[in-house]
Structures are given as structure tokens and as C-alpha cells.
Design a protein around this ligand. Structure first.
Ligand SMILES: Cc1cc2nc3c(=O)[nH]c(=O)nc-3n(C[C@H](O)[C@H](O)[C@H](O)COP(=O)(O)OP(=O)(O)OC[C@H]3O[C@@H](n4cnc5c(N)ncnc54)[C@H](O)[C@@H]3O)c2cc1C
Length: 260
């Protein structure tokens, strides 16, 4: 039986891009420059995880750094002006037919067909056991949905760039961050110096007075669509063993996450 609300797009696009973080946006813009007919599906506004970053400092075009939110807005503009067809939705299934055409289905029931696909789904936070923190206070995974409570003590968990950057964002918002670094500090020298200059405490154990926790630890590739087509595992390169299927961004690099 055919579902009455299902909309079937008969057009076969040159390229389908899944995910509109920096990797997906770059794929859209470059493919449009090459004259391809592109449809892009992203379940968040363009920019992806970049919107959680206080400042992106490793892009040569912005040697002084650029705020993540500002960069995300620019990415949204690039996508708009590229004239690609952009859909805000989640791709829930992706198949390749015998004729080599990819068919993707979205959560809202739309179907898109394309001759090639660029998957740029980025990463998601690994679920953490609540008892890991043992404080009974709410745990957030990045700054985007952290409640703004002036003066609140916020434990920021992690020793990498994302944790140090987030601690600085928390301080900018008028809250009181305390970094909980369980192992070695892996953040870049510049971020460490900025945290020291702002006198943000770095603790080896979780402080009991924390009212909110931001856990900047444990992310994994959003691999569900990839593994459906590549059962042998995630590719280490933009090209995959499936003709016409490409992967971009953090979905390739996994543990090393960066925009450039
Ligand atoms: C606090 C913080 C600070 C950072 N600072 C820096 C920095 O200074 N320099 C730097 O280089 N990097 C930095 N990063 C890392 C950087 O943000 C990421 O490396 C980059 O965003 C990865 O880009 P991406 O496009 O691969 O994935 P993402 O940005 O994760 O985007 C993927 C997008 O695809 C969407 N998506 C996934 N699956 C689907 C689906 N099935 N259907 C539809 N949409 C889907 C996701 O919702 C997301 O919007 C920072 C990250 C954080 C958290």
C-alpha cells in the first residue's frame, strides 16, 4: 500500500549532500561552482558543530579567528546563494539501486534520487552514564543548549580544545566555569593561556558545588547511513569502495575533529 502523505521526487539530482556542517557546506558550494544540480539535506541549520565553538582560530582566511556562530551564519549565506535545493530534515535511509542511482528517504517522508552522494554527517555525543558525574545536576553536551544562569558554577568536563573553548564561552556568558580535566591537558597552547589569563580553575576531580555540567568528552561518527552502504567499515578517505559515494569531514577523521 502506498502511504498517502509520501512525496516522491522524480528528478534524479547530480549530487545529494547529507549534513550541512562545514564539510557538507563545502561540498554544496564546490559542486554548484562545477555546475552540478545539488540537493542538500541537513537536520540543523548550516554550520553544524561550528555553532558551538567560541572562536575558530585555525582558518588562514581569518588569522584573528572568527566566532563559531558568525562562521555558521556565513555558511548559511553561502548555501543560500549557491542556489542548491536545501531541505531541513533528517535522512533516515540511503540505498543504491542496481542502476547505480542513490535513493534517500527523510524522516518527514520525502524521497530524493541522485547519481552521487556526499555524506557529511559529522559526529554525535556518546551517551554517558549519569553516575559518571554523581552530582544529580543536569548534564549538557555543548554550549548551544546550556541554560544561561548568571553566576552559576558550571563544571566543564574534558581536557581538549572543545572543553577549553567551552569554558571560555561559559565565562563570557557571566557564569563561573571550572574545568574538570581527568587526564592530560590536550588543548592547544593558545587556549590554555587564555584559560589561565581568565583565571578559570582547572580541577582534577569534579567539584561538588557545580550546578550545571557540560561534558565535552566522547564523540563518535554518526555512522548509521555509512555502515548501511559500507558494511566493511568507515572509509579513511573521501572516496569509498561504492562508486558515486563520497564521505567528508569529521565522518572520515573520527577522533581528529577540525574545520579546515
Ligand atoms: C566547542 C568546540 C570548539 C571547536 N573549535 C574548533 C576550532 O577552533 N577549529 C576547528 O577546526 N574545529 C573546531 N571544532 C570542531 C569543528 O566544529 C568540527 O570539526 C566541524 O564542525 C566538523 O564538520 P563536519 O561538517 O564534518 O560535521 P558537523 O559540524 O558535525 O556537521 C554535521 C551536520 O550533519 C548533520 N547530520 C548528521 N546526520 C544527518 C542526517 N542523517 N540527516 C541530516 N543531517 C544530518 C548534523 O546534525 C550536523 O548538523 C570545535 C568543536 C567544538 C564542539
Amino acid at each position: 500500500m502506498r502511504c498517502a502523505h509520501r512525496r516522491v521526487a522524480m528528478v534524479v539530482h547530480d549530487l545529494l549532500v547529507v549534513g550541512l556542517g562545514p564539510a557538507g557546506v563545502t561540498a554544496v558550494v564546490q559542486a554548484r561552482r562545477d555546475g552540478l544540480d545539488v540537493v542538500a539535506v541537513g537536520d540543523e541549520p548550516p554550520g553544524g558543530l561550528v555553532a558551538a565553538a567560541r572562536r575558530i582560530e585555525n582558518l588562514p582566511v581569518w588569522p584573528q579567528g572568527i566566532a563559531g556562530r558568525v562562521l555558521a551564519r556565513r555558511m548559511a549565506r553561502w548555501v543560500r546563494t549557491s542556489n542548491a535545493a536545501v531541505v531541513q530534515d533528517t535522512v533516515i535511509a540511503l540505498d543504491r539501486t542496481d542502476s547505480g542511482i542513490f535513493s534517500c528517504t527523510t524522516r518527514r517522508g520525502a524521497v530524493f534520487l541522485a547519481r552521487s552522494v556526499c555524506l557529511a554527517p559529522g559526529t554525535r555525543p556518546v551517551p554517558l552514564p549519569p553516575e559518571l558525574f554523581g552530582l544529580g545536576c543536569p548534564v549538557f553536551r555543548d554550549i548551544r543548549n546550556l541554560p544561561r544562569r548568571k553566576g552559576a558554577v558550571v563544571a566543564v568536563v574534558g581536557g581538549g580544545d572543545a572543553a577549553f573553548d567551552t569554558a571560555l564561552s561559559v565565562a563570557d556568558l557571566g557564569m563561573r566555569p571550572v574545568l574538570w580535566v581527568r587526564g592530560k591537558v590536550k588543548a592547544s597552547q593558545g587556549l590554555v593561556e587564555e584559560v589561565e589569563a581568565r583565571r578559570i580553575p582547572v580541577a582534577a576531580s569534579l567539584i561538588p558545588e557545580a550546578e550545571l555540567v557540560v561534558a565535552c568528552i566522547g564523540r563518535e561518527v554518526r555512522d548509521e547511513l555509512l555502515l548501511a552502504l559500507l558494511p566493511e567499515g568507515l572509509p579513511r578517505d573521501i572516496c569509498t569502495a561504492v562508486p558515486g559515494l563520497f564521505v567528508a569531514g569529521d565522518a572520515i577523521r573520527g577522533r581528529e575533529r577540525f574545520v579546515a
